[in-house]
Design a protein around this ligand. Structure first.
Ligand SMILES: N[C@@H](CCC(=O)N[C@@H](CS)C(=O)NCC(=O)O)C(=O)O
Length: 209
């Protein structure tokens, strides 16, 4: 049994989508980021980083959205959310999962929280983050330009849901990810899945439906 600590549209969206895709039973617990709920001492016992998501798996807390995504994929092999171990597709999947987690998501973090960089001009931090984000979308658009529907294989994996969440985060940026044609088609394909509608209903989301 899973319990997901989340905030609508935040990084918790990735494990949430995957729980829905895997048809796993779960409970949702909202964390009010605007009110500082992520810094509540009780919450910090679960996630000392003071961020969402946190996922309780049989009451034990785990965090880091990318790790939770892979954990859910592993726990629900029938949902085919990761390519089989030992295959070339698996290697490509691991490469991109790590790239999104190590490079693209942290660049978004700096765009939304430039104060994380310390006593540096926030506009300069945001400009550098924006450049990095756009460079990565450019590269992913080129990857998708060969006509593939998903990053690897014939069906969506955790990687595709991760990319979709990160695309959504660009919606109010100067150059949203949907401005790249292959990314736009990819997002439309992913958003047509029933899990997206369910996620929007459960998180009370409206923008970028
Ligand atoms: N590396 C973490 C980052 C999570 C993260 O930055 N979450 C944001 C929301 S998207 C958050 O909780 N922000 C509140 C804060 O930093 O105070 C993960 O992937 O789980």
């Amino acid at each position: 049994m899973y319990t997901l600590y989340y905030s609508p549209g935040a990084a918790s969206m990735l494990p949430h989508l995957l729980l829905i895709e895997a048809q796993a039973p779960y409970e949702l617990r909202p964390v009010d980021l605007a009110a500082g709920g992520q810094r509540d001492p009780e919450y910090l016992k679960l996630n000392p980083n003071g961020v969402v998501p946190t996922l309780l798996v049989n009451e034990a807390p785990y965090y880091e959205a990318a790790a939770l995504a892979q954990l859910i994929a592993e726990n629900h092999p029938e949902a085919a959310l990761a390519p089989p171990l030992g295959t070339a597709r698996r290697a490509t999947y691991l490469q991109w999962m790590t790239h999104l987690a190590n490079t693209l998501q942290p660049a978004y973090r700096l765009w939304f929280y430039p104060g994380d960089a310390g006593a540096v001009d926030p506009d300069a931090v945001k400009a550098a983050a924006r450049q990095k984000i756009e460079t990565i979308w450019e590269r992913i658009d080129a990857l998708l330009s060969d006509g593939r529907a998903y990053f690897v294989g014939d069906g969506p994996t955790a990687l595709d849901f991760y990319a979709l969440m990160l695309m959504r985060w660009s919606r109010n940026m100067p150059r949203p990810a949907t401005e790249w044609p292959h990314l736009k088609a990819f997002a439309e394909r992913m958003k047509a899945r029933p899990s997206w509608k369910t996620l929007y209903e459960r998180e009370g989301l409206t923008e970028w439906a």
